[in-house]
Design a protein around this ligand. Structure first.
Ligand code: ZN
Length: 369
């Protein structure tokens, strides 16, 4: 029995209902077989956090980073184990290097950022079910143990006691609304607007707010922290793959070349140092069309990475797979198993379009970028 998640503050909508309907009628198996006969494409799933779904009125961090509840994730992994062929990203790279075709039902499970729940929640489920996965981590955050800057910014906006949010960097000067729901909308707008500006300026803006509001990120509570190297080594020893998500989770296309080189090369060197020289996969931080470009691709290729994932929604048709801009299917917390199954069978119809999960209704009022 599939239960639609309704307490996430975001209803499943038409896609979700259609997905559940197709799943419950048993239609998806036929669709999947027909599709795999017509079209062979690699599906890569993108997750962030796996954690029990919190109450949005009391939760102090970005809800958008929660991809699934532990139970939902278990159902999804069981489903792909039964109906698809989950593969390591390195198996994909090996097949591409050898000019071999991938199975039509190949699915790769990936995680971005490196939150602690990847170890505490996702890892035991993956191991129990025997599903391989690749974790892209921002190495500077694993080194420092500090929270991810975008999540911390959301946290500050949700909890600030200030009356106004003044961010000249993005031409924003607005009264901070009283309710948590309104503050979540404001935070989504700030995140969207700031992704237009230089990445170093983004970091400086967040640091300035930390000081202004006396909310330093080194006082962060444990539920927003990254994994540790010891945890990562344990997962790696159990056969799980790790790749780079940069050093400081900066938008690579928004960096000068020297900083871009550092984010790409230093993250690889750190992974080599901690795990041995085997990991050659990258996921561009943020990952949308604004977050990487040809310069980023060339730098990634030049640093010795074999594959790179972006966060643009889609699948990767064989044999024309773009190794340095692999499309992914984002898994969102309000997806029931039916919607998830329908997304895999009919990706272009049932996946979340990129960038759909920020509410921009009052954006025009709030910033001019
Ligand atoms: Zn990320």
């Amino acid at each position: 029995m599939v239960t639609q998640v309704r307490d996430s503050g975001r209803p499943a909508g038409l896609r979700g209902q259609l997905g559940e309907l197709c799943h419950s009628t048993g239609l998806l198996g036929s669709v999947q077989r027909l599709r795999s006969w017509l079209r062979k494409d690699l599906r890569i799933l993108a997750y962030h956090r796996i954690t029990p779904l919190p109450d949005p009125d009391t939760y102090e961090f970005d809800m958008e980073l929660i991809s699934a509840s532990p139970q939902g994730f278990r159902e999804q992994m069981r489903f792909i184990k039964q109906h698809y062929r989950p593969m390591h990203l390195s198996e994909v790279a090996a097949a591409l290097n050898a000019g071999k075709e991938l199975p039509a039902d190949a699915v790769v499970v990936t995680f971005d950022d490196g939150y602690y729940d990847n170890y505490q929640v996702a890892f035991p489920i993956l191991r129990e079910l025997g599903v391989p996965a690749t974790f892209f981590v921002s190495t500077g955050h694993i080194d420092s143990g500090r929270p991810f800057a975008y999540d911390w910014l959301v946290h500050m906006i949700l909890l600030s006691t200030a009356e106004r949010l003044v961010l000249p960097e993005i031409n924003l000067d607005i009264a901070i609304p009283p309710t948590r729901a309104e503050r979540r909308v404001l935070a989504a707008i700030v995140l969207d607007c700031m992704k237009e500006i230089d990445a170093l300026e983004q970091s400086a803006m967040t640091r300035r707010l930390e000081q202004l509001w006396s909310m330093p990120s080194d006082t962060a509570p444990p539920d927003c922290l990254p994994m540790t190297w010891d945890q990562i080594r344990e997962m790696h020893a159990a056969g799980y793959e790790f790749g780079s998500h940069g050093v400081h989770h900066r938008m690579l296309s928004k960096l000068p070349q020297e900083e871009l080189d550092y984010e790409v090369r230093h993250s690889r060197e750190t992974l080599d140092r901690e795990l041995g020289p085997s990991m050659r996969h990258m996921s561009y931080p943020v990952g949308g069309a604004r977050a990487f470009d040809q310069r980023v691709i060339e730098t990634t290729r030049g640093a010795g990475f074999e594959l790179a994932c972006c966060y643009i929604s889609g699948t990767n048709p064989q044999p024309h797979i773009n190794r340095y801009a692999l499309y992914r299917l984002a898994v969102e917390r309000n997806m029931g198993t039916g919607w998830f199954a329908a997304m895999l069978a009919m990706p272009s119809l049932m996946s979340y379009p990129s960038g759909s999960h920020t509410e921009l209704a009052i954006r025009g009022e709030a910033c001019s970028h």
